[in-house]
Design a protein. Structure first.
Length: 64
């Protein structure tokens, strides 16, 4: 009787490990197919310069 429980425990553990491994493989595949595993990130936006700054502080605009 003890051997049956031990064998069931081993089979259950093996099945769970295979399920987790399959989920990880699927996740890696989906990320690579989506493209985020291959391409570079998006280009940066224009920096904060005098041309992109507001002419007045936001706080003074909200008080009006």
């Amino acid at each position: 009787m003890g051997d049956n429980r031990a064998m069931a425990s081993v089979l259950l553990t093996t099945a769970l490990l295979l399920l987790v491994a399959a989920a990880i493989v699927s996740l890696v595949h989906e990320v690579r197919v989506d493209g985020y595993g291959h391409r570079t990130g998006p280009a940066s936006h224009e920096g904060w310069g005098a041309a992109s700054m507001p002419s007045a502080p936001y706080r003074s605009n909200a008080a009006r």
